[in-house]
Design a protein around this ligand. Sequence first.
Ligand SMILES: [Zn+2]
Length: 155
Amino acid sequence: MTALQPTEIAKFWIQGKVVITNLSQSFYYMSCPGCNKGAQKNYNERFLCLCGYESTATPRARIYGQINDDTGSVSVIMFGHEAEQVLGCYATKIIEYSEEEKNKHIENVINELTTKYWILQIYADQEKMKTQRYKNFNVYSIEEAKQEEVANSSS
Ligand SMILES: [Zn+2]
């Protein structure tokens, strides 16, 4: 563990189920692997990113969802590795799927999510929260909860 920095964003631990209700989302966006910012490019297209990186457009997993627990729910957005854990596959796989295959995969994921508990660390992105349309917490880390941990917390 590193020491807290003054600028460090406060993170919160929560536990609950991941719920995905928006099925029209793409579950990835095309990004620069150097800075993770979105890029209006085709898969594998080479471009010079504003971050200075000689970039190759790469799909990055992204899920808009909710975390539900006994007390309520929060809207979250998760990216990259965290989103891929929930999707059970890499973003590169999602992009290779046909529309039909993708829908089927997502349907399976959503079914499995109904029985899974997760332990997450979330935080508010202050800059983005200032814009009113953005009401999601960002997921910093996510891990599937073991059954005994779920049992302990609910007693
Ligand atoms: Zn970049």
